[in-house]
Design a protein around this ligand. Structure first.
Ligand SMILES: NC(=O)C1=CN([C@@H]2O[C@H](COP(=O)(O)OP(=O)(O)OC[C@H]3O[C@@H](n4cnc5c(N)ncnc54)[C@H](OP(=O)(O)O)[C@@H]3O)[C@@H](O)[C@H]2O)C=CC1
Ligand SMILES: CCCCCCCCCCCCCCCC(=O)[C@@H](N)CO
Length: 309
């Protein structure tokens, strides 16, 4: 059934709120009259975020320095912040690399921050969320990625961590619906953020090529889609046109509260499977061409060795 989750005068708690998508969300939630709290590791970046929100909206946000991998630190921050109405689990790290070349330490880092960290945050926040006084609809939203809907070259660990969030969200929604808490999962494409800038320094060429199928967005645009999806309690929140296609093609057995969307999904899922197969065909061709180009470079080097002899 449809639902509306009010934001004004409510407590919005954003993890990873000191940068990129989380910071853009914080700005927008504050300007819509929410009481905003931010959690991240670096106190410096948190203070800068606080200052920039004060400058743009005149409002004060609370900041909490904690690592989501440290349950005790997260629990302390959440208890100090007070009952949460809208929890946005947005912290995330991404180091793209072929599994073959990626160290287990980096793999564990992504799973720990993106997946285990999300468990820590939700588990710490849930008891007080359930006890909130006003009984108005509340939200737990997770910022996944389009790489959490389809596996992409270079993202074995990252995709696994983001696919994991969907299972967590589907099961959790059944557990918290009786408390009037609504779960949303947001699936952004490449987004222009400080984290993305860093990612680009080490991104394999094929990762760039395949992820490029969905274009890129500004953090403000993603935050706007995310906030809209959260307020309407949508379980699946796509951010761009490709995202809408992906949402339908990967709808599976996810809950759906819009009758219109349910109708569109049923009517178009078949043809979108076909579109999805065209994308796969195109991606595998890109991979094949990339390998062919790489091998032909080696062939030229080999030849030059022979001519020197
Ligand atoms: N940018 C993109 O292309 C896309 C991003 N996403 C997802 O969106 C989310 C936000 O990404 P983006 O805005 O680009 O990221 P940024 O790197 O710009 O910001 C990440 C935020 O998370 C915080 N953070 C990182 N690690 C931890 C940790 N261990 N504990 C607590 N906080 C932490 C950072 O602060 P600090 O370092 O101080 O802890 C920072 O506030 C991520 O989940 C990402 O996977 C999804 C699709 C595309
Ligand atoms: C049925 C038809 C579907 C058509 C569209 C398919 C397009 C899929 C592209 C996936 C792009 C993944 C980007 C991940 C970005 C990200 O998370 C990193 N930047 C790290 O943050």
């Amino acid at each position: 059934r449809p639902v509306t989750i009010p934001i004004k005068n409510r407590h919005v708690f954003i993890t990873g709120g000191s940068s990129g998508i989380g910071l853009a969300l914080a700005h927008q939630a504050a300007s819509q009259g929410a009481r905003v709290s931010l959690l991240a590791r670096s106190l410096n970046k948190l203070q800068e975020a606080k200052e920039s929100i004060r400058r743009s909206s005149g409002l004060d946000v609370s900041i909490f320095s904690a690592d989501v991998r440290d349950y005790d630190a997260v629990q302390k921050a959440v208890n100090d912040a007070g009952p949460i109405d809208v929890l946005v689990v947005n912290q995330g790290v991404f180091v793209p690399q072929e599994l073959d070349k990626q160290g287990l330490d980096e793999i564990k880092f992504m799973i720990d921050v993106n997946l285990m960290g999300s468990f820590n945050v939700i588990k710490a926040a849930l008891p007080l969320m359930k006890e909130r006084k006003d009984r108005l609809p509340a939200s737990i939203s997770l910022i996944s990625s389009q790489a959490g809907q389809v596996g992409i070259y270079g993202y074995t660990a990252y995709s696994a961590s983001k696919f994991g969030l969907r299972g967590l969200a589907e099961a959790l929604q059944q557990e918290v619906i009786a408390d009037n808490i609504h779960v949303s999962v947001v699936y952004p494409p490449d987004t222009d953020t400080p984290g993305f800038e860093k990612e680009n320094e080490v991104r394999p060429e094929l990762t760039k090529l395949l992820a490029g199928s969905s274009g890129s967005m500004k953090a403000d645009e993603v935050a706007k889609k995310a906030l809209g999806g959260i307020k309407s309690g949508s379980f699946t929140v796509p951010c761009n046109f490709e995202g809408h296609m992906l949402a339908i093609a990967t709808a599976g057995l996810s809950p759906e509260r819009s009758f219109l969307m349910a109708f569109i999904e049923v009517a178009s899922v078949g043809v979108l499977r076909l579109v999805g197969l065209f994308f796969q065909w195109n991606w595998y061709q890109t991979i094949e061409n990339w390998h062919a180009k790489k091998n032909s470079k080696f062939a030229i080097i080999d030849l030059s060795i022979y001519t020197q002899e």
